[in-house]
Every structure is written in structure tokens, then in C-alpha cells.
Write a protein that binds this ligand. Sequence first.
Ligand SMILES: [Ca+2]
Ligand SMILES: [Ca+2]
Ligand SMILES: [Ca+2]
Ligand SMILES: [Ca+2]
Length: 181
Amino acid sequence: MLSDFRLQKVKRVFEFYDANGNGVLDLDDIDGICDHFAEQFGWTVGGERDSNFRTAFTLHWNNLIHIADENKDGVVSEEEFISYYVLALANDKNYYRFIKPFFDDIFPIIDSDDDGVLSKEDYTAFFRSFRNSQSDAEAAFDNMDQNNDGVISHYELYTMYYHFHMSEDENDGSQSFYGKL
Ligand SMILES: [Ca+2]
Ligand SMILES: [Ca+2]
Ligand SMILES: [Ca+2]
Ligand SMILES: [Ca+2]
């Protein structure tokens, strides 16, 4: 079982994934999410970053549906999603197996100049891609840039991503990884 706090965070992820707002995760959500990423990053649809993102995201989505869709109706309900996350977040081993790999695929795509860190521009585009405002994105950037060097390192992003999923601490800033709870 997850604590209420962690459950609230999982529900925030579900809300982001359910791009068309119909209450289940379905194939139509993929296009909505990918289109929104392309728009926020200014990627040309069909261009290299856009195609890489769509490939990575679709793969992730298929894995998610394969594991989480318990009743095999082709969509993932919130209840199924939560059951899957209870498993995926049960311990570090599961986190590294089920949750982290997605980010390994996404990070190089959103790092526009391939220098291994996210500029403020890239990070705020990323954060807006979760359907958040620019002002929330800027606040999230300041929170995420722990060493105040003006960029988000791999380490900074992964630490927050890990804590978002695994931490019970309501004051470490990580609970806003996908936007305000
Ligand atoms: Ca949906
Ligand atoms: Ca289902
Ligand atoms: Ca960069
Ligand atoms: Ca930094």
C-alpha cells in the first residue's frame, strides 16, 4: 500500500497521462501527450526529436498497458494504474525496473543541444508539457536547480524524479515534479 501522500502523487501522474480527460489511459492519450510535447519544445512534427519522443513514449505506453491493464479491455483505469504503481513503487528494485527507464529514454530527447544538462528553456518546456503554466514552470525550475548554476543536471532531475515517486517528505520540493498536487 501507498500512503495518502504518495497516492496523491500517483493520481497526479494519472491525470497527466489521461490527456483527453476521459478517465482512462487509452491510445488516443498518446497523440495528445506527444503533440503537446512537440508544441512546447517547438519540434517539427515528424522531425527527429518528435519521432524519437513518439517512439519512446509509445513503447513506454505499450509496456504500461501490457502490465497494468488487468482486465484486458485495452485501457488502463485509475484503479488499475494505482495497482500497478503500488507494485512499481514497492521498493527501489521495482522503481529502477519499472519507472526509471522511461526517463533514461526521454532525457536525451529533451536535452536540445545534447550537452547532458537541461537549459532553463528546455526544462520549462518539459514542465509545461505536463499541462502547466509558464509561471509554474519557472517556479519549478528554481526549485529544481538546487545548486543554482542555471541548468538542470542529470543528477538534479533524477534525484527529484526518484523522490517524487519514493519519498514521504512533503517539504523537499519533489512533490511538484509533474506540477502542483
Ligand atoms: Ca484517456
Ligand atoms: Ca483495463
Ligand atoms: Ca542541454
Ligand atoms: Ca543545477
